[in-house]
Structures are given as C-alpha cells and as structure tokens.
Ligand binder design. Sequence first.
Ligand code: ADE
Ligand code: ZN
Length: 358
Amino acid sequence: MPPDVPSHESRFVPRTLLSDERIGRMRELINRLPKAELHVHIEGTLEPELMFQLAGRNGYELPFSTVDEVHAAYKFTDLQSFLDIYYQGAAVLQTPEDFHSLMSAYLDRAAADGVRRAEIFFDPQTHTERGIGFEVFMEGFRSAMEDAAKSNGVSSALILCFLRHLSGEDAVKTLHEAEPHLDGVIAVGLDSSERGRPPVLFEDAYKAARTLGLRAVAHAGEEGPPEYVESALDVLGVERVDHGVRSLEKPALVERLVREQIPLTVCPLSNVALHVVDQLADHPLPAMLDAGLQVSVNSDDPAYFGGYVGDNYEQLVEVLDFGVGELADLARMSITSSFLDETTKVALIEELGAVVAG
Ligand code: ADE
Ligand code: ZN
C-alpha cells in the first residue's frame, strides 16, 4: 500500500463519478438479482453491536468499550492481523442462542441483498478449543437456518472449515467429533493462515470427509502461491476454490481453471481490506471475467471488511464501472457454482433472466 494512504476506507473512493441516482438504481437492481453467497464465514458476520450484546449477556469482558473503538481496531495489514482480532471477537459466542442470533442476523441481511442460497463457513475448532461443543453451535446455527428458510426463503447449508494454522491430525480429530452433527453440513473447507501451510497437510482430513459423503472446497491463492490452488485441486480434490486470485500469476493454471470450469469465490472488499490488492480499482476481477473464469462475488467477513455481498456488487459498479450485464453474469455464476441441485439452479437462473429483462 502507498505510505500516504492511512486506512482501507480511503481506498474505496469511487474512481468513476456516477450519479447518486444511477448508483441507487443499480443498487436496487443488485438487491433484486437472485444470487448465491458461497464465501462467508459466519464468525466474520459478528457486528460490533451484537458482540457487545453477547458479551453483556455472557459476562464476557471485551478489550473495547465502544463500537467506535472496535471499528478503530479494524485496520489490517494482512490476513494474520485480521485473524488475530477475528478469533478474539468469536470468544463472545457461548450458547446456542448466541449462535442462533449470529446466524439469524446474517441470513436476514443476506435476504435483503437478494441472496437466495447461502453456503456458509463455520470454524468449529475456534469454538471447541474454548470448550464449546458441536451440539451448542450446531443447534444455534440449524434453528436459525430453518427459521430463515421459512420466513424469507433463503436456502442455506454449512461448510465445516478446518483451521490451517492447526495440524492435519487436529483436523481429522475435529471431523470425527463432528460426525454425529453433520445434518446441514454439505462440505468441508480450509481457512485461516495460508502462508507456509500447504493443502497437502490436510490430505487425510479431506479423504475422511469424502468417505462421509461431504463435498470439498478450500481457501487457496489468497496470500498463498498459485501452487496451493493446484494442490487444493489435485491433493484435496476440491470442487471450488475460495479466493484463488493469485491463480492469475500462472497462465497454465488459469487455462486449467477455465477448461475444467472450476468456480472461484472472489471477495473484492476482503482483498482490499487485507491488502491482497492495493485498491479496488486494481482488483483482478475484470481480468478474471475476461479470461473466462467461473467467478462469484462474496463478502468473506462482512462485519470486518466494510460490506455485505450487495455492497461488494455495488462497489464494482462504483469503482470498476460494472454494468447490468456483468452483475447478472456474476449472479448467474454464483448460482451455477453453488451446491444446489440442477432443477433449483435452472429455476433461479430463469428468475434472474426475468429480473434483468425488467
Ligand atoms: N477466515 C476468515 N476469513 C478468512 C480469510 N479471508 N482467509 C482465510 N481464513 C479466513
Ligand atoms: Zn474466507
């Protein structure tokens, strides 16, 4: 980042000077486009207001006294600087009601942005390490997901993530602990610190997950090299790559991703907040679309990175001058990249076509 830029907020300043009216109209369209969110960490949706509420409810002492203080602490230099504060925030989550509140708040917000399908990461080891068992968080997640399906029609599923800063053995142990609680879990994933933690460390855990009938995704090529994307595909057998933006550094990998139609779940505001890119205007998303990659746009950790999925789409309009065609392509690819059944995908894409036709 250039030294004269004090924080990530100032790097979101629109490059194009679109009228407020056009942005308002585009935002309205964005909210009406049926879409899937495929890359969101439920612990990353913990808004400071809810963090204080849960800390109060549980008698947990936070190292902050106001919401402004929390926001002031959200100035990250890289992935690790974010993860340190993100794991600290998650400590307020203690009871099934807390996990229910967290999931309900996210699903309500997602529904307002036109999300019709959410495939949601959770980090069990962040909770089991603190003595909070699977039965506690799964009960909270599931009840909120069932409520949302009934009240606002959002279909959702969970992706159990292994923390890659912990060992492969720990991941296998976590999966065994999870076995009686897999209702609602569609896949396994891999997140946390990427540098120096190659996918191969988790080969056994992914093998075990496959025998349980779970599908597979993994974070790769966020801060790690393109070779991690290759080994996520070859060693872990993932069907979808989370982030994957560094794939562009290796043309042969890009060709492969296009040929094999491997979806990449891209998170533009996250990439700016964590300095994966210097500013949104430099984001490789336009190049990824031009290359023919299957990309979706997602929020990652919206409470920490300045926006939910609709805000990510909106910033693409404001900063990268995306129009209706590009937004509709992104929404369509989010649906095709999801783990929904083909009939539901076709129905959602038909709806999308009707919205675009206006
Ligand atoms: N956990 C939560 N957000 C993450 C990210 N962007 N990368 C890796 N692990 C994460
Ligand atoms: Zn992520």
